[in-house]
Design a protein around this ligand. Structure first.
Ligand code: EPZ
Length: 422
């Protein structure tokens, strides 16, 4: 297994170009199932999760051509296998997003239940409840969700019991080919839902309200091919901003989307970071003021994102004062805390959902273990601000979601090297 060796102490200085968004690309790749014509998707990030989705689409029977600069062309072959196997769904939960499209176009799908997850239970009950409301017959057989809608799905009203990004996306995709109108109440407002809706609309779907909590979809009989460009990754953007702040660096982030990370920008400014925003760039200087620890409370968009909580804990750990970080989206998303404590951070818990972070002047390098994607980057941040060497094990988690991590970090001055076991 590859490891990352980090020698801490270097402020991040220079320019980082942000990659395409993983969490936009994955559902849009799943949406390619909905059309028999080809979908061309540009600016797809080169990540292990994207490779897993390409493998899944290939298993189902789609042809995926990878062109220069990660433009993908996805088209359908004649024979389709309407089954998403356990090995691919357990590797990446976003694989479950093929359920809605397969069912909508082919009237049948068998998709493995995802099973356990490092950041919490993550059930799929809202996906299944919504598909049942759309007229699907759903049962679980031998670990697989088996869904049938032989006469097609029928538009309806769905009130989601929890705000779920993947649930909203799965149902929105299914409803594009349902007969009649579907309304989704309490829909997720995340940019990745809006992006998917924009791609579906380019394919001919009739969708209104994406980006609000009420989405209306007027079903159409078929979708066409389209060309679509994936937006820059807001989580990667915010991660590099937080990393630059923690190392007291100065960074220019290019090809990004400042509008999608307003909650993080506001928190960084509250911490004392100087930030200038352009249309598609962000300039950040963390060397102007002393940094203060700030309270964080994760919420669905446009609140502070759960995907940026771990990185902010690392920043707070080396900022002045005590902060409370409350995680409200996932039940078990504090695994990084135990590893940051190994680096000398002073963090304790109040119940299961709040970490109390007391800022310390310095961390000290140590061997640590990555537990999930975003938690892994918080350890990279910890390593970059620590004295001495930090060795991070299980970095396959990082490769799922951060493109060219060591190249990008090295280009802005970090002393980060991959120790490859191959
Ligand atoms: C998406 O996951 C993202 N993944 C996650 O990013 C992100 O953390 C999450 O949304 C929240 O913003 C992708 O986009 C591929 P949810 P998703 O359904 O859709 C509960 C990363 O690091 N829930 O919005 O799976 C669930 O347990 C990843 O890039 C139900 O109860 O998340 C959670 O508590 C990690 N029933 C909450 O809703 C359901 O049927 C939000 O989950 C579905 C979800």
């Amino acid at each position: 297994m590859d490891k990352l060796l980090i020698r801490g102490g270097n402020p991040l200085t220079g320019t980082v170009t942000i990659s395409g968004s993983k969490n936009s690309a994955l559902p849009i790749l799943a949406a390619s199932i909905l059309s028999e014509a080809s979908l061309r998707i540009a600016n797809v990030p080169h990540l292990n999760d994207v490779t897993t989705m390409i493998e899944l689409l290939g298993t189902i029977g789609l042809d995926v051509t990878v062109e220069e600069n990660m433009t993908l062309d996805v088209s359908t072959r004649d024979i389709l296998n309407l089954r998403a196997p356990y090995n691919l769904v357990k590797t990446m939960r976003a694989s479950f997003l093929v359920l809605g499209p397969l069912l909508a176009l082919h009237g049948h799908a068998e998709v493995s239940l995802p099973g356990g997850c490092a950041i919490g239970p993550r059930p799929v009950d809202q996906h299944l409840k919504g598909l049942s409301a759309l007229g699907a017959d759903i049962r679980v057989e031998e670990g697989y969700v088996v869904a049938d809608a032989k006469r097609g799905l029928i538009g309806t009203t769905i009130a989601m019991d929890v705000v779920t990004v993947g649930g909203t996306q799965n149902l929105m995709m299914a409803a594009t080919l349902a007969r009649g109108e579907t309304t989704i109440y309490n829909a997720a407002c995340e940019p990745e839902v809006t992006e998917l809706a924009a791609c579906l609309k380019a394919m001919g779907a009739q969708i209104e309200g994406a980006g609000t909590d009420t989405i209306r979809i007027d079903g159409v009989s078929s979708l066409q091919g389209a060309e679509f460009r994936i937006t820059p990754d807001r989580v990667e953007t915010a991660t590099y901003m937080i990393a630059a702040a923690a190392t007291r660096g100065q960074l220019l982030l290019k090809n990004t989307c400042p509008d999608q990370i307003k909650a993080v920008t506001a928190k960084l400014q509250e911490s004392g970071v100087s930030i200038t925003l352009g249309e598609d760039w962000i300039k950040l200087d963390a060397g102007v003021h002393d940094l203060t620890a700030v309270d964080i409370f994760t919420e669905p968009y446009p609140g502070f994102p759960t995907d940026m909580q771990a990185q902010y804990v690392a920043l707070n750990a080396v900022s002045e004062g005590t902060s409370r970080v409350t995680e409200t989206i996932f039940e078990n998303r504090f695994m990084h805390v135990h590893e940051l404590v190994r680096l000398g951070a002073d963090i304790s818990f109040e119940g299961n959902t709040t970490a109390i972070v007391k800022g310390v002047p310095r961390l000290k390098g140590a061997p640590v273990m990555a537990t999930d994607l975003r938690a892994s980057f918080s350890l990279v941040i910890g390593g970059m601000v620590a004295d001495g060497e930090t060795l991070i094990d299980r970095i396959y988690h990082i490769d799922r979601g951060y493109e060219c991590i060591e190249e990008k970090l090295q280009s802005v001055g970090a002393d980060v090297h991959r120790l490859s076991s191959r």
